[in-house]
Write a protein that binds this ligand. Structure first.
Ligand SMILES: [Zn+2]
Length: 241
């Protein structure tokens, strides 16, 4: 198993040292004994960045999990197994994902509380995000309500805490309809929990900011129907104000 060093709450580290556990020359992937790179998953894209060592360097262009190992796909040189590398995240990309992923939690909980709709899927980008809600059929007033309630929480600059919690505790604390814990294999215990103020608790392995003030303002830019019971909302964050 590769060590995901950003867990449970070290998401602001952008540079690190690690040693190379294995190298796959055909796939041009390397496994490290620990990494701060986020692997694609849960609607959040992989981190990008670079690895460098004594006599070489490469760009990290993809990161994926394969049988418990985190594989970094490299464009450039390939390091030898056993050496120490210096890793550096593309911080602009990672931080954008942290902001949009945290905003997704805020909007998902607001919609659950106000409309009783659960999050059926989501996709984060560096400049926008979308969430599919079910069952849902929002009108223009509903969208303004979701925006206003989400921005109220951001203006309160609520804290975002990440911790390891027992599965039992999370099963009790996670609001009904917030997430389906049954989809997470039984042997995963403890789980990583993301808690926003006293408003929301949710198991999640993604990367998030430390306080909602970092989000700026949420603006919903699109709503589309994705079938009988599913509505998709797309939003952007504006930090100019
Ligand atoms: Zn999350």
């Amino acid at each position: 198993m590769s060590d995901q060093r950003y867990l449970p709450d070290d998401e602001y580290t952008r540079e690190f040292e690690a040693s190379v556990t294995s190298v796959d020359e055909a796939d041009r992937t390397v496994v490290l004994d620990g990494t701060y790179f986020y692997k694609e998953g849960g609607g959040q894209p992989a981190d990008h960045g670079s690895l460098s060592w004594d006599d070489g360097s490469a760009r990290v262009v993809d990161v994926r999990q394969d049988h418990g190992e985190i594989r970094h796909t490299l464009d450039g040189d390939l390091p030898e197994p056993g050496i120490t590398i210096h890793g550096e995240l593309d911080w602009e990309r990672r931080y954008a994902h942290m902001r949009y992923h945290t905003a997704q939690h805020v909007v998902s909980k607001v919609v659950l509380d106000e409309f009783g709709a659960s999050t059926a899927g989501n996709q984060i980008h560096t400049d926008r995000a979308r969430i599919d809600f079910e069952p849902a059929e929002f009108d223009a007033d509903d969208l303004r309500t979701i925006e206003r309630l989400s921005n109220d929480q951001i203006e309160q600059d609520l804290s975002v805490e990440k911790s390891r919690r027992s599965r039992d505790a999370l099963e009790t604390e996670t609001p009904d309809g917030r997430t389906n814990l049954d989809l997470i294999p039984d042997h995963v215990d403890p789980l990583r929990a993301v808690t926003i103020g006293d408003v929301d608790v949710c198991p999640c392995g993604g990367t998030h900011v430390d306080s909602l003030g970092e989000l700026g303002r949420i603006e919903i830019i699109d709503r589309t129907s994705k079938g009988a019971d599913i509505d998709r909302i797309e939003f952007v964050l504006d930090d100019s104000g």
